[in-house]
Design a protein around this ligand. Structure first.
Ligand code: SF4
Ligand code: SF4
Length: 124
């Protein structure tokens, strides 16, 4: 059992999830995004301890426990697993900080933006 990041994360990437993960098991690509490796973050299915800390931190509601993933995102577990299968292509995700090490402020999406993003990917 693990948590997964769905495609709702694509191009959003505020990384609130990364800040709270106690085991640093959320990864980003080393190279450019592609159809096979979308511009999103990936949870390592073996390293994740299913603590659930990341789920409420995602303003885009992109994170689910694997057994609760909506059917429309069923393929996304395999996408997350790429970071385990192709370790040389991924690195532990990092968060943006200012020159004094403080986390940079983030712009939270409105509920309309969240709903619009979900609708774009066919989720309710
Ligand atoms: S459930 Fe916990 S361990 Fe797994 S990715 Fe989220 S914060 Fe990290
Ligand atoms: S908080 Fe949500 S949208 Fe932001 S990077 Fe994590 S999973 Fe993606």
């Amino acid at each position: 059992m693990a948590y997964i990041i769905t495609r709702l994360c694509i191009d959003c990437l505020d990384k609130g999830c990364v800040e709270v993960c106690p085991v640093d098991c959320i990864y980003q690509q080393r190279g450019d995004a592609s159809a096979d490796q979308p511009n999103m973050l990936y949870i390592h299915p073996t390293e994740c301890i299913s603590c659930s800390a990341c789920e409420p931190e995602c303003p885009w509601k992109a994170i689910y426990e694997d057994r609760e993933v909506p059917a429309v995102f069923a393929d996304d577990a395999a996408i997350n697993a790429l970071c385990e299968q192709q370790p040389s292509q991924f690195a532990v995700a990092t968060v943006a900080r200012d020159s004094e090490g403080r986390l940079l402020a983030k712009i939270k999406p409105s509920s309309q933006q969240v709903d619009s993003n979900r609708a774009k990917w066919g989720a309710k």
